[in-house]
Design a protein around this ligand. Structure first.
Ligand SMILES: NC(=O)C1=CN([C@@H]2O[C@H](COP(=O)(O)OP(=O)(O)OC[C@H]3O[C@@H](n4cnc5c(N)ncnc54)[C@H](OP(=O)(O)O)[C@@H]3O)[C@@H](O)[C@H]2O)C=CC1
Ligand SMILES: CC(=O)C(=O)O
Ligand SMILES: [Mg+2]
Length: 535
């Protein structure tokens, strides 16, 4: 590799941090300005450049370019300013980056695996940028956050998620692989967009779609048999069947179903601790009955069973509503997973459900901005001292409620967590951080746990262990105001702790080789890559 090529390789490039001696040895003389900087000095300059962009989307483009130029510097910057950068590399800004993918496209990253190439998927996989891969995040772009079908633009999500696998989980950046399965798009605006970069075709469906997914999984198993495969932002009709089909065959999980459920259970456990109640006594209304919502309900139900209820009793604590209203037994459109929560009576709308059920917990996974109206929130608050309200849909433009409104409508009594970031609340003269109940608290830790423990599967036990560890890391007490989740700035340390606990669960579930807690802690520590130039 000559000097030019070295500067073009984001994993090896150090830019102005190449020393004088290195510049001589590596053919870099004359290719860089004379000053030699430390990583810290580079990061300071990059931070100032970041602040120079006013619009979040421009900050996102800047960071993506930095990632494609010098990954060490990119991760140093993001890790040092996680609080400030998370909303830019992740929700909400990544949503805008996906919708504008074809317009802001600069350089390729990861793999675009498209349907017309279905006969040669192994060859496509062999073209991956890096040989050894610990984690793959794959999407087909059909349900990008709450923004619907973004076709090839969905690639922004695996790139963003894997950035956080590294920044938060410490997975080495060269050992991650973002994948976009391009099976077309049904987004007519994209199909008509003159610069759309994806396969200009309606979505492949039915047996053709299933066969393509199967062929992709076969190619992954042949090429990268040890990689963890994370399914991300698949539409509900595909998300659960895909998980069911592959979960017992390879290291795999669905982040929207399982990662979301674990973080919500962690935040809910904190909230219940603060109210002084018990999980088994909560009455939970869920707005939305998609794969995220049913995943959340399933995990809370399991935790209620662990808290002493029968499965039937636990299911009676849920009221779940979708566009057509409450899930009730007389409806003919319910999936088997939804039917488990079907109640008696009419399919009444959310506002009525809240009045009837007098919930203690209201969770939004509906994609509908403002769905939690003042009336709904006031009705709920009339029936419980500390209403627990989690508007979890992403990005911010699709959030069911603004925490400031929730605080106002409940006289500051609400315990709130959101999917996208919000500024702290002012409650009785105190500033209270709004917890971000987002699967980013879980997936980096899961990747770390699987990699460090050499787990061959992702079990429910590992996810429940992660949820419990998260709740404990938040350190909630019965004080009236406290964070429901650990601060974002502590995420990296928390991910390591959660990974150890999940790795122990993997050993206990018999999907990882025998190891002690100390051994797993050491394995996690060794797996975590630090953004620094090697000696
Ligand atoms: N915070 C986090 O970590 C996460 C957040 N999410 C967010 O959750 C949202 C949903 O994801 P997912 O389940 O995959 O998506 P889906 O589109 O499958 O689910 C949306 C659900 O909301 C229902 N819905 C739509 N409008 C209304 C309404 N007016 N009243 C009641 N229900 C309504 C839909 O009903 P119908 O089926 O009848 O149309 C459907 O059941 C997304 O915005 C996503 O960003 C997802 C994962 C993680
Ligand atoms: C956070 C996430 O995975 C989602 O909104 O889909
Ligand atoms: Mg998602």
């Amino acid at each position: 590799m000559d000097g030019h090529e070295l500067l073009g390789d984001p994993l090896r490039n150090r830019g102005t941090a190449f020393t004088t001696a290195q510049r001589g040895e590596l053919g870099l003389d004359g290719l860089l300005p004379p000053v030699v900087e430390t990583l810290e000095e580079q990061a300071d300059r990059a931070y100032r450049a970041f602040l120079g962009y006013a619009k979040p989307i421009n900050r996102h483009i800047y960071l993506r370019q930095l990632q494609d130029t010098n990954e060490t510097l990119f991760y140093r910057l993001v890790t040092d300013h996680l609080d400030e950068m998370l909303p830019v590399v992740y929700t909400p800004t990544v949503g805008e980056a996906c919708t504008r993918f074809s317009d802001i496209y600069r350089r390729p990253r990861g793999l675009f695996v498209s349907y017309p190439e279905r006969g040669r998927l192994r060859e496509v996989l062999r073209n991956r940028p890096h040989r050894e891969v610990d984690v793959i995040v794959v999407t087909d772009g059909q349900r990008i956050l709450g923004l619907g079908d973004q076709g090839v633009g969905g690639m922004g999500i695996p790139i963003g998620k894997l950035g956080l696998y590294t920044a938060v989980g410490g997975i080495h950046p060269a050992r991650t692989l973002p994948v976009l399965l391009d099976v077309g798009t049904d987004n007519e605006e994209l199909l008509a967009h003159p610069r759309y970069l994806g396969w200009r075709h309606h979505r492949v469906t039915g047996a053709d779609y299933d066969g393509f997914i199967d062929a992709f999984v076969d190619a992954v198993r042949a090429e990268l048999p040890d990689a963890l495969l994370q399914w991300e932002d698949f539409a509900t009709p595909h998300a659960r069947p895909i998980l069911a089909r592959y979960r017992d065959r390879l290291r795999t999980f669905n982040d929207d179903i399982q990662g979301t459920a674990a973080v919500v259970l962690g935040a809910l456990t904190s909230a219940v601790t603060m109210t002084g109640g018990r999980l088994r006594d909560q009455r939970v209304v869920l707005a939305g009955a998609g794969s995220a919502a049913i995943g959340v309900a399933d995990m809370i139900r399991t935790a209620m069973v662990a808290d002493g209820l029968t499965d039937e009793e636990a299911a009676r604590n849920f009221w779940i509503a979708d566009v057509a209203g409450l899930l009730v037994g007389s409806r003919t459109d319910l999936s088997p997973e939804q039917r488990r929560y079907a109640r008696d009576g009419e399919a009444r709308p959310l506002a009525e459900v809240v009045r009837d059920a007098t919930p203690t917990v209201l969770i939004g996974l509906s994609t509908v901005r403002g769905l939690f109206t003042e009336q709904i929130v006031r009705d709920m608050a009339a029936g419980t001292d500390r209403p627990v309200i989690f508007p979890l849909s992403n990005p911010t433009s699709h959030s069911e409620a603004d925490p400031a409104d929730l605080a106002a409508w409940t006289d500051g009594r609400v315990l709130v967590a959101t999917g996208s970031p919000y500024p702290p609340l002012e409650v009785n003269g105190r500033s209270v951080p709004v917890a971000q109940s987002n699967n980013v608290y879980v997936f980096p830790a899961m990747g770390l746990a699987v990699t460090a423990a050499k787990a061959t599967r992702v079990t429910d036990g590992m996810l429940v262990a992660a949820a419990t560890a998260l709740g404990e890391a938040a350190g909630a007490t019965d004080a009236p105001v406290a964070p429901l989740l650990p601060p974002i700035a502590d995420m990296r340390a928390v991910a390591a702790e959660v990974a150890v606990v999940a790795a122990m669960a993997a050993v206990e579930d018999g999907v990882a080789p025998e190891a002690t807690e100390a051994g797993l802690r050491e394995a996690v520590r060794k797996t975590q890559w630090e953004p620094a130039y090697p000696d």
